[in-house]
Write a protein that binds this ligand. Structure first.
Ligand code: FAD
Length: 374
């Protein structure tokens, strides 16, 4: 998501880009994704918001309920005019396709697994598993939570796995005897939760994603296509509200995914190499902000490059970090604690009202310290 988004925004400011992706093809793996207004505003600037509206469900509210009684802990209606951009829920593959549609096909090189990277201050040489090499003026490492680029420019370490996994599935709503609420509902249990929403405008498909303790150290299975056991899943949500039971009873199969995160990194760039998205600020999915923040990153990165007329990329990358890290670190911390919208009445506009296209940009000092955001 972040790599495609950055390719779109950098092209908008006149930069030639090539996207190298290790996968031989993009598959339609069953998962939904929420785009809160802070990210849909960026998608609008990329020119793909209307395309996405046609394939997305617009939930009435951000609804948080108690796992068994269904009591409302907090509900935030999300009309488009609240934050000036819509709240959309969609199939992940539809977002991916929309991002791809904004790029000329020849920009995306599939089956290119990065294996090495050398940089000397003025150019970056990259090498791939197929034995080919390429030289570029700069590299944006948007290669996810297990980022090779991150391990080269920051150092090797493993992401944090706090013993929780996500079960998830997309399936046809007609399998259920009834309907779910027209909101994005998070059901808050004592040590687990489940988030449920429709992913299509006609409510023909729905999605759920959970967070459950996993006794085994299940961090090795990291693929979006790892299968889960529906019976284990249903057992994990026994006693939950009838609406949750209805969804899980109707679910034909599911996938599971280890929930990973990291502490904020000491730095995001080294000369002409810079990180973006999960490569530099992976977070738990509990605020639905991982892809959103990588999409925001893309807009701010392009603005920082444009501010130097593309002439001083080292500087642009430091400025980008200075502008992004305070925000993503704050989101990482709240997401890790899993407290967002669990109650209270605090104002979420700092998150959803953020405008990556227009937020005033700070300038980093030469030693990487962060200047204040205006
Ligand atoms: C269960 C779950 C639910 C989520 N729900 C939401 C949500 O509702 N909203 C939201 O905003 N976020 C959500 N997220 C977070 C979101 O999925 C991630 O934050 C987002 O995908 C990060 O995007 P990225 O581009 O940084 O990394 P990725 O999406 O991981 O992309 C990295 C890409 O790099 C490629 N790659 C990796 N290594 C190499 C290499 N060596 N050479 C070439 N290519 C390589 C990978 O194949 C991949 O295509 C969720 C996450 C999870 C786990």
């Amino acid at each position: 998501m972040g790599g495609l988004a950055a390719a779109i925004t950098l092209r908008k400011v006149g930069i030639d880009v090539t996207v190298y992706e290790q996968a031989p093809q993009f598959l339609r793996v069953g998962a939904g994704i929420q785009m809160l207004p802070n990210s849909s505003r960026v998608l609008r600037g990329m020119g793909i918001l209307d395309r996405l509206r046609n394939v997305s469900f617009e939930p009435y509210s951000h609804l948080n309920r108690v796992w068994d009684t269904g009591e409302v802990k907090r509900e935030l209606p999300m009309p488009e005019d609240l934050y000036g951009a819509p709240f959309l829920c969609m199939h992940r593959a539809d977002l991916h396709e929309a991002l791809c549609s904004a790029l000329p096909p020849e920009v995306i090189k599939l089956n290119k697994k990065l294996t090495g990277l050398d940089h000397d201050g003025s150019q970056v040489d990259v090498s791939f598993a197929d034995g080919t090499r390429a030289t570029h003026d700069a590299v944006v490492g948007a290669d996810g939570v297990h980022s090779l680029v991150r391990s080269i420019i920051v150092g090797k370490d493993a992401p944090l796995h706090k013993g929780r996994i996500a079960y998830r599935a997309v399936f046809e709503a007609s399998r259920m005897p009834g309907e779910i609420a027209p909101s994005r509902t998070k059901w808050w249990g004592i040590d687990r939760h489940i988030v449920i929403y429709y992913t299509t405008p006609d409510r023909s498909h729905l999605y759920f994603v959970t967070s459950v303790p996993e006794p085994a150290d299940w961090v090795t299975a990291e693929s979006w296509s790892s299968k889960g056991d529906v019976k284990e899943l249903r057992a994990a949500y026994e006693g939950f509200h009838p609406e949750v039971q209805m969804v899980l009873d109707a679910c034909p199969d599911c996938h599971k995914w280890a929930i990973l995160e990291r502490e904020p990194l000491p730095h995001w760039s080294d000369g002409r190499v810079v990180l973006l998205g999960d490569a530099c600020h992976p977070m738990t999915p509990y605020m639905a902000q991982g892809a959103a923040t990588s999409i925001e990153d893309a807009a701010v990165l392009a603005r920082c490059v444009e501010a130097t007329d593309g002439e001083d990329l080292d500087r642009a990358f430091r400025d980008y970090e200075a502008n992004r890290k305070p925000r993503t670190s704050r989101i990482q911390a709240i997401s890790s604690a899993n407290t967002w919208m669990s109650g209270g009445n605090d104002d979420p506009s700092w998150l959803y009202g953020y405008d990556a296209w227009n937020v005033p940009l700070a300038v980093a000092d030469a030693s990487h310290a962060t200047a204040s955001v205006g």
